[in-house]
Structure formats: C-alpha cells, structure tokens
Design a protein around this ligand. Sequence first.
Ligand SMILES: Nc1ncnc2c1ncn2[C@@H]1O[C@H](COP(=O)(O)OP(=O)(O)OP(=O)(O)O)[C@@H](O)[C@H]1O
Ligand SMILES: [Mg+2]
Length: 462
Amino acid sequence: MNTILVVDDQPTVVYSLKRLLQMEGYQIITAENGKEAIELAARHKPDLVIMDVRMPGLDGLDALARIKTDQPQTQVIMMTAYSTIDKAIAAMKLGAFDYLAKPFDNKELLSRVRDALKSKELMASTVTFDGIEDDAIERVIGKSPQMLTVYKQVGKVAPTDATVLIKGESGTGKELIARAIFHHSGRAMKPFLAMNCAAIPEYLLESELFGYERGAFTGANFRRIGKFEQCHGGTILLDEIGDMPIGLQAKLLRVLQDGGFERLGGAETIKVDVRIIAATNKNLEEMVKVGTFREDLYYRLNVVCIELPPLRERMEDLDDLTAYFIGRFNKKFTKHIKGITAEGLIRLRNYAWPGNVRELANTLQKAVLFCNCEYLSPDCCESLEAMDDGKCAQVEQAVRQLATLIFTQGCQGRFQEAIRMLEKEMIKKALDLTTGNQVQSARLLGISRNTLRKKLEGENLD
Ligand SMILES: Nc1ncnc2c1ncn2[C@@H]1O[C@H](COP(=O)(O)OP(=O)(O)OP(=O)(O)O)[C@@H](O)[C@H]1O
Ligand SMILES: [Mg+2]
C-alpha cells in the first residue's frame, strides 16, 4: 500500500484530502507545517508528499528542498493558491513532481497522485544486467552476441546526456532498456517519466508534454505544467515516438535543439534540461521517406541508436529467459515449479514468438500460475497456440470493422476474393515472422504443414 503524507496548515484541507485519498486505498499521514513534514518524512519514508506552499514557520518550499535532499525518490506534489503560482515554478525547480493550483477537483488530484506514484515506481525499480542474483531487482537477461552488443551500447551511452533512440519490435524490451539507461546515468536520482505517444489523443498530447496557460482553451482554468517541466533535470521516455503527430514533432525538435518551448497559449519561453530517450517499433526511415516523420527530428533523435533483436533471432537466450521468468513468477504466486522439461523447452524453441519477450513472459506466467506439476511440460504451455480472450476480442472487433468497410466501399459482391486476401496476408505474415520457416509458420497459423504447402502453391507465395 502506498503511503502519502499530506501537509497543510488548514485543517479542513488536510481533512478532505485525507478522506479522499483513504477512499482510494492509500495510507495517509498528516502534518500541519514544514518542520513536522520533514520529521514525518524522515521517519515514515512516504512514497508521496502533498504539501501546501504557504505555511507559517518553515514554509513548503524549504521543506520540499530538505525532503528532496534527504530522500530524492520521494515524490512531492505542491499545492498553491493562484496568487502564489510563481512559487510553484520555483517548486518544480527544487524537484517537485508537480503542483496543483487551489482549488482543484478531485479527479485531477487523483490523476496527478497516480502519475507521481508511477514515476516513483519507475525510479525505484532498479534494472541491472545479467549476473547479479537479487530477486528484488529487475534484470535484463541474455548472453547472445546481439544482447552483448546492446549492453555495450547502454554502458557507453548511459553516463552521457546523449539522446537515444531505441528500436525494436513489440515486446523486445525497449522500455526495460530505457530504464536501464536511466538507472545507470548521472540522472538516476532525478525524475524519470515515460510518455506513450500512441496512447494519448493528439489534442491532449501537446498539453500533457508542454503544459498550458490559464485560458489557453475552454476549460483551462489554471496553468498546467507539462511533462517536460515536471521532468526538469531528469529523463523522459517518449515511447512509440512514431505515433507523434507531425505538428508536434516541430515543437519537440526545438526542445532537442535548445531546450526551449512555450506552454499552450503562452508567450514565455520555458527552458528545460531533460534527457530524451525515444522508443519505437515503427520504421522511422520509411516514415521519413513518405513524409509522416520529420527528417530533421529523426536525425536529432538518432544520435545513438540501440536496436533490440527480436527473440526469434536470439533463441540461445530462451533457456535463460525461461528460467528467469519461472523464478520470478514462482515468487509472485508463491509456487515452487522447479523448471521445465526438455519437451517443454523444445516446444518453446519451436515457436516464433511474434510478441517477443513479453509474449514469453505472459506464456510462462500463465503456465506457472495454473500448473501444479514439478516441471512445466508442453501441456502447461498450451496457451501458445490459443489466443487469449482479450486479444481475440480485439481481433473480432477489427474483423467486424473490416466487414463494414467492405460493404460501405461497395465490395460486397467479392466475398471469395476478400477471404482469399485475408488468408494470403496471414500466411505472408507468418512466413515473415518465421523468416520463411514453413514448419513454424504452419504452427503459428494453426494449420498442418501440408495445408500450408498447398496454399503456398495455389498463391505462388514461395
Ligand atoms: N532481455 C530481457 N530480460 C528480461 N526481461 C525482459 C527482457 N526483455 C523484455 N523483458 C520483459 O518483457 C516485457 C516487455 O518488455 P518491454 O515493455 O520493455 O517491451 P517493449 O519493447 O517496450 O514492448 P512494446 O513495444 O510492446 O511496448 C517486460 O515485462 C520486460 O521486463
Ligand atoms: Mg513499450
């Protein structure tokens, strides 16, 4: 359970915050001035402090400075009335995670609280490389030549402030490597924020990243600090950078060039010192060619590029990864699976892992959770060929949309052709994922090798 320290000299504010946060399941301690806050923070090591700026005696900013020096990983959200908003900017410079202008609404508060706790979690979960046996630490596994190259690159680039572009298919460990870079950098004690550019609607992304001024748009009742300002001095991961809208790319380019930008609806240029790590599973070079990604931005991001190999190209790491995940999930579910049978391992090796390490982890998680034998067998890894319900639902929805599209585009008479096209695309994808291996492709598709061969002959797809 996360512990939050609430600090305000007004008992009513403390009371209502305490009630609200307790209802969300947080454990709350309270203080009414800066001095008390410092003492309680040292004693209880809360995950988060929510503190007023203006308090009698030692004020919020002084307390903030002390808390961030003593426990850099404790996140602090400052609260302030509108008239003291410039103090809030000072607070950000002292390392506050965010600030809230009073009065604020509960939904907004809770969302900032969640962001702050998430950021604390990212900073606390140390990532290290293969070798150290400590169960509390997340490790990057793999001794294949491809992974050794990655480690060398991380080692070289982490201590510098260079921008890094991490490329790799889905589930290859891009975020993990980004966090490893952060943990091994001189900024490890400063904030680390991850922003998924694909998960946020375009109109929100700009204000999330750069913030806005009061009155910038309807509903902007207060000035809002964006991620770049929150992250001052730290590291930001721009995940799925390929999904960043072209309009915003120009603004990001400027941050990379001179650290400057304006909040939405603002004239003042803000300067920040933020290290940028970008990640993508898209082919940015292609996107540059067709004009959906700015070439100048691409070169700015691509100072150092780390390419994560797909799992199928480093199958020699499969055994270590399997052992590692069985160990982790044993711990998580208090199970005592001793390992995997030779047949089980062969089964894992014969699969192409289109979802890479993430898919392997999910498969083993299910296997460990549901299995009651000493060693995992091929039967325990049955889920390989069956898609799980969540993914099936997504596919169903996509197919339904496709059917609608076929009818609205006037192609409804071409039933056979549409089915054939889908079939062909699936086969092409399977062959692609298995680099042309027909046995693995057939397994991936859930058809026999003979059926696959016939279809290939029929389609001239060899
Ligand atoms: N080399 C590795 N060693 C140990 N665990 C790994 C490794 N690579 C990936 N993982 C684990 O696999 C999961 C997926 O990794 P991560 O989220 O970093 O992938 P990603 O490339 O960001 O994927 P996506 O493109 O889907 O966002 C995580 O649980 C991560 O800890
Ligand atoms: Mg990711």
